[in-house]
Ligand binder design. Structure first.
Ligand code: NAP
Length: 322
């Protein structure tokens, strides 16, 4: 496993981060907790020391499961622990809430569920248009002063939003979507983070599994992906063909397609880590190699070109309503 300093923080994190969204039944259905626990232990054995969750995953369920398991196995000290706040899910319908009192309460709730005294990286899950940045900062700086959080991150924010927060508190890390199929942040957010030494931990590096190339054309997803564009119908079939074309390129470097897809993300110089949604120990087996491989510049662009073509075709089919 390889490690990187996360931005300007003192956190030395593995290039693969263990993502816990898969513990949200609403999105991923019921996964086997025993298998998931096995995967956490296996990830630790392979050198993964970074784990990402959120209070909203399963409305607290993911943090509760992780907290129980960390306590039972005495794992807390072995992980850099990242979680997020933003959603107020105390009412029947959740809504964005980064007001001062909600942040303080959300942090207390996360600490209790995670059975820990301190969160290493506390992240704002998305942009809340209605709360002033100085109010957000007041809550975060209070939590830091009280020793309950160590560093601050943001997720799904653009450059202007990061800049605005940065005037009030240090933004140490960005958590954006980034993969061969989601490259929107390349133009502005990644250069901004490089320039300001803000760590970048990319989520959905496998585009929720699609970039593994492991699904057959007749595959029917039984979780929230069933209704997600690209995961069904003609666009899905078109993308599967394109992703299959990555095979020879992956082989050339002794990699599988998912390894190539993760390596592609990690090759960008702004990237600290890739957050992979892991459900079982088999998933873990793949990732160490992805962290350690080398993808030369020409083949990085070749892979990007293959998937850009496939995506353009899939987008045309989507626009035509296919
Ligand atoms: N900040 C945010 O807004 C945000 C949003 C999304 C995700 N995240 C974070 O990022 C993490 C990862 O994102 P993600 O779950 O969307 O996408 P992902 O990591 O791109 O894809 C996860 C899916 O890929 C498949 N998979 C994972 N590892 C594999 C392996 N080694 N070999 C073969 N298949 C593998 C599994 O699919 P199958 O289930 O089909 O086996 C898994 O459910 C989440 O767990 C969460 O921590 C954050």
């Amino acid at each position: 496993m390889q490690y990187r300093q996360l931005g300007k923080t003192d956190l030395n994190v593995s290039r693969i981060c263990f993502g816990c969204w898969q513990l949200s039944p609403k999105f991923w259905g019921d996964i086997s907790i025993d298998e998931w626990r096995g995967a956490v232990l296996r990830a630790l054995e392979t050198g993964v020391n970074f784990i990402d969750t959120a209070d909203a995953y399963g409305d607290g369920e993911a943090e509760t499961e992780l907290g129980k398991f960390m306590a039972a196995e005495k794992l807390r000290g072995k992980f850099v622990l990242a979680t997020k706040f933003y959603w107020n899910f105390t009412q029947s319908e959740r809504f964005p809430d980064t007001r001062h009192d909600h942040i303080i309460q959300a942090c207390e709730d996360s600490l209790r569920r995670l059975q820990t005294d301190v969160i290493d990286l506390y992240q704002i899950h998305a942009w809340d248009a209605l709360t002033r940045p100085d109010e957000v900062a007041a809550a975060l700086l209070r939590l830091k002063k009280e020793g309950k959080v160590r560093w601050f991150g943001v997720s799904n924010l653009n450059v202007e939003q990061m800049r605005l927060y940065n005037r009030h508190f240090p933004v140490d890390c960005l958590q954006p979507p980034f993969s061969l199929l989601a490259r929107e942040i390349e133009a502005r957010e990644l250069p901004y983070c490089l320039d300001n030494r803000i760590g970048v931990i990319a989520y959905s590096p496998l585009y929720r599994g699609l970039l593994t190339g492991k699904y057959k054309p007749d595959h029917v997803f039984e979780d929230s992906r069933a209704k997600t564009p690209y995961f069904y119908g003609k666009p899905f079939h078109h993308l599967l063909n394109g992703i299959g074309e990555l095979g020879p390129l992956a082989e050339k470097h002794g990699l599988s397609i998912p390894q190539l897809a993760i390596r592609w993300v990690l090759t960008h110089p702004a990237l600290t880590s890739a957050i992979v949604g892991i459900k079982n120990a088999d998933h873990v087996a793949t990732i160490t190699k992805a962290a350690e491989a080398v993808l030369p510049q020409d083949d990085w662009h070749r892979a990007a070109g293959i998937i850009a073509n496939a995506k353009a075709g899939a987008d045309k089919l989507l626009a035509a309503g296919d």
